[in-house]
Write a protein that binds this ligand. Structure first.
Ligand code: SF4
Length: 228
């Protein structure tokens, strides 16, 4: 059967391959936090989200326990998402700056967002084995998103996960590609890889990542895409 983004999403939502992550997501969904105690949590893996014709692929780390794991959409319902989608909105890739729930009307234009692990991990840290187990989904999305010309990785784990995915597809990717905010790598074939610090509160609350420094990376992405 021909693969499709809808099929990948369905399989992600039903995935049970990582017992530790599945148990954690269910437990968080059962116990909740005080401020969301009246909400029904999603509690399942989170599929990728965005425009199937996207030229920009944004690669994140993993959903947050009370963000994506609660709302069912990646980077939705938490401060990381507020920062990310506000930036994508300013750059013209999102229809609105808010990302509060699956029915909030947000649309991505020319942009698709996918994490390297699709279940919220304890302490926001999936193990390397869990990221590797989840890789198949990114491999398939990469194959299906045929228009991508720019990849924006949010943080080092996303960079490593994305490069490992590329190697798995047989692409010849040099080892030891540097990570740093604003670092750009040419992947060949007109595709460029842009690095940004992750949009986590750890970075945005401390000023390590600011709207201005994030906008600067997105401006580089847009310049690249405009060159065709
Ligand atoms: S992290 Fe990925 S592979 Fe592991 S259970 Fe979640 S969706 Fe499945």
């Amino acid at each position: 059967m021909r693969d499709s983004l809808a099929r990948v999403s369905r399989e992600v939502v039903g995935c049970e391959r990582c017992p530790r992550l599945r148990a954690w997501c269910r437990e968080v969904a059962r116990t909740r936090v005080k401020r969301f105690r009246d909400e029904e949590y999603w509690g399942r893996p989170i599929p990728g989200f965005g425009d199937p014709r996207a030229r920009l692929l944004v690669v994140g780390l993993a959903p947050a326990a009370h963000g994506g794991n609660r709302t069912g959409r990646v980077f939705t319902g938490d401060r990381s998402g507020d920062f990310l989608f506000a930036g994508l909105f300013r750059a013209g890739f999102a229809s609105q700056p808010e990302s509060t729930g699956r029915d909030d009307g947000l649309r991505l234009r020319d942009c698709y967002v996918a994490p390297v692990a699709r279940c919220a991990p304890p302490a926001n840290k999936p193990t390397p084995a869990e990221v590797a187990t989840c890789r198949e989904y990114l491999v398939r999305e990469w194959a299906l998103l045929g228009d991508v010309r720019a990849v924006l990785v949010l943080g080092r784990i996303a960079l490593d996960g994305f490069l490992a995915m590329l190697r798995e597809t047989g692409r010849d990717v040099p080892r030891g590609l540097a990570f740093g905010h604003g670092v750009v790598h040419d992947l060949g074939g007109g595709v460029r890889l842009f690095c940004s610090f992750h949009v986590s509160q750890q970075n945005t609350f401390t000023g390590r990542l600011t709207p201005r420094s994030f906008d600067a990376v997105l401006a580089e992405v847009k310049r690249h895409l405009a060159r065709g």
